[in-house]
Design a protein around this ligand. Structure first.
Ligand SMILES: [Zn+2]
Ligand SMILES: [Zn+2]
Length: 335
């Protein structure tokens, strides 16, 4: 099969690789369409070290073409979105259902070979059947969508509440739509106004660029009270955490989905004084079906987020496109 193999920072080569063979409980998925994300980009540049050589890529949809022994839940021919993290299944966290928190988790496209290849081998339990009638191109962001479906659920968002999303990247623009689907009014906050026209098209009632002025005043005007009921943070920076805490009202909730790779000062005086609930939300547990249901129902539109498309042979251009200011989600068409 053809695969994009990373041999070192920025050393990505299209090569012929051995077809993966499924072992016990595994299936081989022929990749149809994949998305490129910030994690892939940081690995490609070398910012995030991994063991080389490696096939990157973890956001994808495809068709099961081969099943190993003891595979019972999926069949050859099934079209599936793949949950690209699998837990050990044996530790106390896994046994109590918190498999997203397992300390021995395996990440597809990081710890084992991923989807920037014609075929990829994964445990069958990672495969979630795709709804009929929804195009591969609409499902290639199911993985990031599952992240924000979980975040919004953990924020216990209710109809009529005021919400803010921090960050207007693909996660932010998906969170906005999931919140709208829950009946919340949404303010989108970002460093720049670049994506605000799209955010409004996708349902944002209001937008605020950080340079526009104090966030507290905007949150107050938008909510008609001391701040918004709930904030979903998607940017994963120290600044974004501070912005989330500035937007929320006393007694409100902040859900953090980003993983800040830098020291993150938090004014805990203000957290206690205002009884703010801060909740971490780590990837997903069982949110893939709900994510795909939202796309099938038209509640979440994913296609406007896909700004660039490349064939596997042009994957070098796909990585270059990821850093362009007009890029939101770069897609790679594999087969
Ligand atoms: Zn990702
Ligand atoms: Zn475990």
């Amino acid at each position: 099969m053809k695969a994009a193999i990373l041999h070192g920072p920025r050393d990505l080569q299209i090569q012929s690789a051995r077809d993966p063979a499924p072992r016990h409980g595994e299936v081989v998925v022929r990749v149809a369409a994949a998305g490129l994300c910030g994690t892939d980009y940081r690995i490609w540049t070398g910012d995030r070290p991994i063991v080389y050589p490696r096939v990157l890529g973890h956001e994808f949809v495809g068709t099961v073409i081969e099943a190993g022994a003891a595979v019972t839940h999926v069949r050859v021919g099934d079209r599936v979105a793949v949950e690209p993290n699998y837990s050990c299944g044996r530790c106390p966290l896994c046994r109590e259902g918190n498999r997203n928190l397992c300390l021995s988790r395996t990440a597809v496209g990081i710890d084992v070979d991923g989807c920037f290849a014609e075929r990829v081998c994964v445990p069958e339990r990672c495969c979630w059947p795709a709804p009929a009638g929804v195009a591969d191109d609409d499902l290639l962001v199911t993985e990031p969508l599952a992240v924000v479906v979980r975040a919004v659920a953990r924020g216990r968002v209710e109809r009529g509440e005021s919400a803010a999303v921090v960050g207007a990247g693909s996660l932010g623009l998906l969170a906005l739509q999931v919140l709208r689907g829950r009946g919340a009014r949404v303010l989108v906050v970002s460093r720049t106004a670049r994506r605000f026209a799209l955010a409004r098209e996708l349902g944002a009632e209001a937008t605020h660029a950080v340079s526009d002025g104090p966030l507290e005043a905007t949150a107050g005007a938008f909510s008609g009270r001391e701040g918004v009921d709930v904030v979903i943070e998607t940017a994963g920076t120290a600044g974004a955490v501070a912005h989330a805490l500035a937007l929320v009202r006393p007694g409100g909730r902040v859900v953090l989905t980003g993983l800040p790779h830098e020291p993150t000062p938090v004014a805990f005086f203000s957290v206690v004084r205002r009884e703010v609930t801060i909740t971490g939300s780590m990837i997903y547990q069982d949110e893939f079906p709900e994510a795909m249901r939202l796309v099938a129902a038209g509640t979440v539109r994913t296609r406007p987020l896909v700004t660039h498309r490349f064939a596997l042979d042009a994957i070098g251009e796909a990585f270059a496109a990821h850093e362009r200011p007009d890029s939101i989600k770069v897609a790679v068409r594999i087969s």
